[in-house]
Design a protein around this ligand. Structure first.
Ligand SMILES: Nc1ncnc2c1ncn2[C@@H]1O[C@H](COP(=O)(O)OP(=O)(O)OP(=O)(O)O)[C@@H](O)[C@H]1O
Length: 326
């Protein structure tokens, strides 16, 4: 049996805005297993980023409500609910045990400091090195680890002296500097050129193998999922509609939304019929559709879909779907 490192239960995030309450994610539940790459996929605005940020209390808007549980199982056998930790405790978890890589490397690095300083700082702040001197020495090793050529001189560069791909390598290096147990990568390659994207994905796979890090990958790109992930959760309008292994999702997608997503990408593994698009647009999350949130766009909609919210059901071992068809 795979061992969960995270158990997310009924995670809900609402934002109070002038226009109304945005129900960004609603009772989202999933497990992440130790050492796997778990992908969260779905269209823009479906709640991938909110979910990943909520895991470590990174939702900072003043009018937000966060409910549910995020159980984190440490290697020593202890378990904590990350949503219950104090600000100081969760700050220590972030960066040390659970690190983030965000989409835009330009925004993740401070233009005023050298890359060596920024990598060293991540270690000094969390006391994983004894002083700045050790931090700078390790920063060179980290640049080497993320395959930056000539790390001894690059460590003294400012971010503007590096290409986009190199910057994202530095961001990844900062992320892994404290050997985190979980790395949360939110669209880590979206802002980069296609050729550089492949290199960054290769690098992440290599680091994951080397350090047995668990990776949570946020992406809207099913091609990236096929290449990187072990398991996948498909999100639609703030709900998880399907969870399964990459094979289950690509070879036997059950939810009409998952089937639509796969049709939208060239996908040699899928056996499904190819239609061109999913008609319609993503719903407004202030007044989401009743019942199944996908029903207004669903080609197989039935009467019950408008009335009843479908729960996730296990259709084969490890393959869950929330759809009234099943
Ligand atoms: N601070 C906020 N206040 C109000 N609504 C918000 C806030 N942050 C996010 N949302 C809303 O929550 C929903 C989910 O957003 P989220 O960023 O998680 O989507 P996403 O799937 O990650 O999209 P993308 O791929 O574009 O990043 C969206 O409707 C978004 O507008």
């Amino acid at each position: 049996m795979p061992e969960p490192i995270l158990e997310v239960r009924d995670l809900t995030v609402h934002f109070y805005t002038y226009a109304g309450i945005v129900k960004a994610i609603e009772r989202v539940s999933f497990d992440v297993y130790r050492g796997e790459t778990f992908a969260l996929v779905g269209e823009t605005g479906c709640g991938k980023s909110v979910t990943s940020r909520a895991l470590t209390q990174l939702i900072e808007s003043p009018g937000r409500i966060v409910e549910g549980q995020v159980l984190y199982h440490r290697e020593d056998g202890s378990t904590v609910d990350l949503l219950k930790l104090s600000e100081e405790e969760i700050r220590d978890v972030r960066g040390k045990e659970i690190a983030y890589i965000f989409q835009d490397p330009h925004a993740s690095l401070d233009p005023l400091y050298t890359v060596g300083y920024q990598i060293a700082e991540a270690m000094v702040v969390h006391n994983t090195v004894k002083d700045w001197k050790e931090g700078f020495r390790k920063a060179v090793d980290i640049l080497r680890r993320v395959l930056i050529p000539d790390p001894e001189s690059r460590v003294k560069n400012y971010p503007h002296e590096l290409s986009g791909g190199m910057k994202q390598r530095v961001v990844i290096g900062t992320g892994v500097s404290n050997n985190p147990k979980i790395l949360i990568a939110d669209e880590p390659t979206t802002a980069l050129d296609v050729t550089v994207q492949a290199q960054i994905l290769d690098l992440m796979n290599k680091l994951k193998e080397e350090y047995n890090t668990t990776v949570i990958l946020i992406t809207h790109n099913m091609g990236v999922v096929a290449e990187m992930a072990d398991r996948v959760a498909v999100m639609y309008a703030g709900k998880i509609v399907e969870i399964g292994s990459v094979d289950q999702i690509f070879k036997n997608p059950l939810h009409p939304y998952t089937q639509g997503l796969l049709r939208a990408v060239p996908n040699p593994m899928a056996k499904i019929e190819r239609l061109e698009t999913i008609p319609g647009t993503v719903p407004n999350l202030i007044e989401p559709p009743s019942g199944c949130r996908f029903h207004p766009r669903c080609p197989r909609v039935m009467g019950i879909c408008k009335e009843k919210v479908p729960e996730l059901k296990e259709m084969e071992p490890g393959h869950f779907v929330a759809c009234h068809l099943y």
